[in-house]
Design a protein around this ligand. Structure first.
Ligand code: FA5
Length: 337
């Protein structure tokens, strides 16, 4: 029995020296563990004379319960202490304003592209599509631009191989559509095009919308009507429009279309190079040689075609004087649209 009293005393003394949860775990193992002191004493019972076993056993049991109770109590208070310390050190300031969520939006070029498409769709034009990696035939030959023709120098071309190019304009879609459909035709073909070109008003990749209308009696006045309506819907009905004679191998006659400079109102400035006018597209009546290439009867059909640059239109619409801003992915710029 003295040994048992010693056991309890020893536990109480060591309990007083416990400084943290780790110490407590060690103490618990030392006294209540499988190989601990309480178990060691339990094993002694069988060696005692039978009349002493009962008292020894019940006292040992009381000590065992006492140890367990003390350990649980101290463990709870040590854990509470740890938590209190964490609450004090890991302070969360919920009064700080949150970080604002950034939402994506449509790129300004896509916005203008959609707006332009919608205007033509409302005039009854169908939307067609064509490949960006194009054959020399569709990009040039079928559009009356034979090999070694000086007109090839009008567009600086990226060649994939001798006969494959990155399309330099959306005009090859005209050929692809006429090959598979017969007039009457009224289509637009929006998409990306590529040229080896880079300065404040030219990029290596840009967007065009091709337009093509073919029927039995299409006249230049139809072309003028469609394009004037388009420009007035996009830039406002008082915007001056001018058709200026030009040259494209696939149209005859050809024109370039200018709008009155929106920066200076027509009086002349740096942007319009003091002319008061800004070019936005190329157009003309479909050259009969192109009709022959696709097998249309040239005495039966006439048509017009046009090709406009979306970046150029977006620059004018939003008064942006450097085309490269559209492709630098600066959210401060892009989020304004
Ligand atoms: C053509 O590409 C002709 N295919 C247009 C055409 C179609 C004429 C049908 C007649 C009939 P041009 O090379 O001028 O033409 O380009 C048309 C428009 O694309 C230009 O008015 C300009 O707005 C835009 N553009 C041309 N090069 C670039 C470039 N590097 N970066 C941005 N826009 C460009």
């Amino acid at each position: 029995m003295d040994e048992l009293h010693e056991l309890k005393k020893a536990f109480q003394e060591e309990l007083g020296t416990v400084a943290g949860l780790e110490d407590l775990q060690k103490l618990k193992a030392k006294f209540s563990g499988r190989k601990g002191k309480v178990s060691a004493h339990l094993k002694k019972i069988s060696a005692l004379p039978p009349e002493k076993r009962s008292q020894f056993g019940s006292t040992l049991n009381e000590i065992k319960k006492f140890i367990e109770k003390e350990v649980i109590q101290l463990e709870a208070s040590l854990k509470a202490e740890v938590q209190q310390k964490r609450l004090q050190t890991e302070f969360l300031d919920i009064s700080l304003p949150g970080r604002r969520q950034l939402f994506g939006r449509e790129h300004p070029i896509n916005q203008v592209l959609t707006e332009a498409k919608d205007i033509f769709i409302s005039m009854g034009f169908d939307v067609e599509d064509g490949p960006e990696v194009e054959t020399d035939y569709y990009n040039f030959e079928a559009l009356n631009i034979p090999k070694d023709h000086p007109a090839r120098d009008m567009q600086d071309t990226f060649y994939v191989s001798e006969d494959i190019v990155l399309r330099t304009h959306t005009s090859p879609v005209q050929i692809r559509v006429m090959e598979k459909r017969t007039p009457p035709l009224r289509i637009i073909a929006p998409g990306k095009v590529y040229r080896c070109d880079a300065d404040i008003s030219h990029t290596a990749m840009f967007h065009q919308i091709e337009g093509l209308m073919v029927d039995t009696a299409i006249a230049f006045s139809d072309l003028k009507g469609v394009l004037e309506l388009f420009i007035h819907r996009l830039f406002g009905k008082d915007t001056p429009v001018r058709f200026r004679p030009s040259y494209f191998p696939f149209t005859e006659p050809s024109a370039e279309v200018d709008i009155g400079c929106i920066f200076c109102g027509g009086s002349g400035c740096r942007v319009c190079k003091t002319t008061g006018w800004l070019e936005i597209l190329g157009a003309g009546m479909v050259n009969p040689k192109v009709f022959e290439m696709v097998g249309y009867k040239i005495d039966q059909y006439t048509g017009f075609a046009f090709g406009l640059g979306i970046e150029r239109i977006a620059m004018l619409k939003y008064s942006i004087d450097d085309i490269r801003l559209f492709y630098e992915n600066d959210c401060r710029f892009l989020s304004q649209f």
